[in-house]
Write a protein that binds this ligand. Structure first.
Ligand SMILES: Cc1cc2nc3c(=O)[nH]c(=O)nc-3n(C[C@H](O)[C@H](O)[C@H](O)COP(=O)(O)O)c2cc1C
Length: 394
């Protein structure tokens, strides 16, 4: 890792103040800077081997987890030399599109799973205790830890094979090749899910299923964009240009949908603008609908994870499972992309969601927690990440 990447990941660019106020017991970090290459990849290169503090190494991987709107809704308290607690960052919720904070809790699970896999690759066991100060209901978020994590060095720990995919996994939002997964790929994924996960994974690729999903997922996006609060929430997290990416280091933009080079520059400079979109989001919404239609039409296989109950623990477990599946598909050279609109719980979406469940014979009492498309596509640029010090609370 080069010096600039290191500085950006660990939030030291404004000097060592962040170090002393944000982290305790990591005084040797500053001396770990290396090389002078100026390129930056928003922390996606993982931690440098020079970093001594295992908690920070693990967190530098965990921050790369998939999470809704790339909100990065995580707050960390360092509670001991080998211990930290994870909280939901209550400044980073999505109340309009995720009114019960279900997806935010799935995003806690993805973080814990990545932390656990990273620990194994770094020679440690990670003991994760969920809600050590008690759980809260699935309509609330309280200021209680979602998990405490204890790391223990273990020379004989078996590295989780998915460790190899932590830095390359990403959500690929571009159009796919329209080919369904091969029978071998389907079997491999189903076997992986049976061996590793509790919740059921459904894969569909029939023409009838595809036709239905093309309709309902496009319609769901139409419903989603027809509301001021929801539009504002998405526009707030959309990064209209590189300057915004660098300023906020969260959210998502055209790069994740596959735009690059001159095309991206042209779109960002002459077509998209925060000012005009905030004034009138109609065009932005229409683009979202037409892009959804295009990406769905380009997809041959769709998948979803369903749980029989829907407590905070279920949501966190689904997050862990979703993360594992995303890492597994990454290892198989597949692209993966969640489409969550139809699953969301606000009033306007419920009839559409019921119709979707009915068509696919999903029990009304089950919760479809994650729906995503799978296929082959060129990789896209990773979405940005804030620094590890940004998520650590004093
Ligand atoms: C619970 C959850 C819901 C998501 N829903 C959507 C979605 O509806 N549409 C989408 O394009 N991406 C969705 N994503 C993917 C995120 O946008 C993505 O994980 C985030 O931007 C970080 O990017 P990365 O996965 O490439 O690291 C979702 C991810 C999670 C964990």
């Amino acid at each position: 890792m080069n010096r600039r990447q290191f500085i950006r990941i660990f939030g030291l660019s404004t000097g060592a103040i962040a170090l002393t106020t944000g982290i305790t017991g990591c005084g040797d970090l500053k001396s770990s800077f290396s090389s002078s290459d100026e390129s930056d990849n928003y922390g996606w290169n993982g931690p440098t081997a020079d970093i001594k503090d295992i908690r920070l190494q693990v967190l530098a991987y965990a921050i790369l987890s998939p999470n809704p709107h790339n909100k990065q809704p995580w707050a960390i308290k360092l509670t001991g030399p080998l211990k930290f607690e994870l909280y939901v960052d209550q400044e980073r919720l999505l109340p309009a599109t995720d009114p019960y904070f279900r997806q935010i809790h799935i995003g806690q699970g993805t973080f814990l799973e990545t932390a656990s896999i990273a620990a194994s690759g770094l020679g440690h066991d990670a003991e994760i205790t969920l809600f050590p100060q008690g759980i809260y209901s699935n309509t609330q978020v309280l200021n209680k830890p979602v998990a405490k994590v204890s790391l223990t060095p273990n020379e004989s720990v078996k590295t989780n094979p998915l460790f190899a995919n932590l830095l390359s996994r990403h959500s690929n939002k571009r159009e796919y090749s329209d080919q369904p997964l091969t029978q071998n790929q389907v079997s491999e994924l189903i076997r992986f899910n049976t061996d590793n996960n509790q919740n059921s994974l459904t894969l569909v690729d029939s023409p009838a299923a595809k036709k239905q999903l093309e309709q309902v997922l496009t319609k769901a996006m139409q419903i989603e964009v027809g509301n001021k609060g929801r539009d504002e929430e998405t526009i707030k997290m959309f990064r209209f240009n590189q300057a915004e990416v660098e300023q906020y280091r969260d959210g998502f933009g055209t790069a994740q949908a596959g735009l690059s080079g001159l095309k991206r520059l042209l779109v960002e400079n002459f077509i998209l603008s925060r000012e005009s979109t905030e004034k009138d989001p109609t065009e932005f919404g229409q683009q979202a609908v037409s892009m959804t239609q295009k990406v769905v039409e380009s997809t041959g296989t769709f998948a979803w994870i369903t749980s029989a109950s829907n407590s905070r623990i279920d949501q966190i477990n689904v997050g862990r499972e979703y993360c594992r599946i995303n890492l597994k598909t990454n290892s198989m050279g597949l692209a993966q992309h969640p489409l969550s609109q139809i699953l969301q719980e606000y009033e306007d979406m419920l009839p559409m969601q019921a119709a979707f469940k009915d068509f696919f014979n999903i029990k009304t009492s089950d919760t479809v927690q994650m729906l995503f498309r799978l296929g082959t596509a060129e990789i896209t640029q990773h979405s940005p990440r804030r620094t590890v010090t940004d998520i650590i609370q004093a």
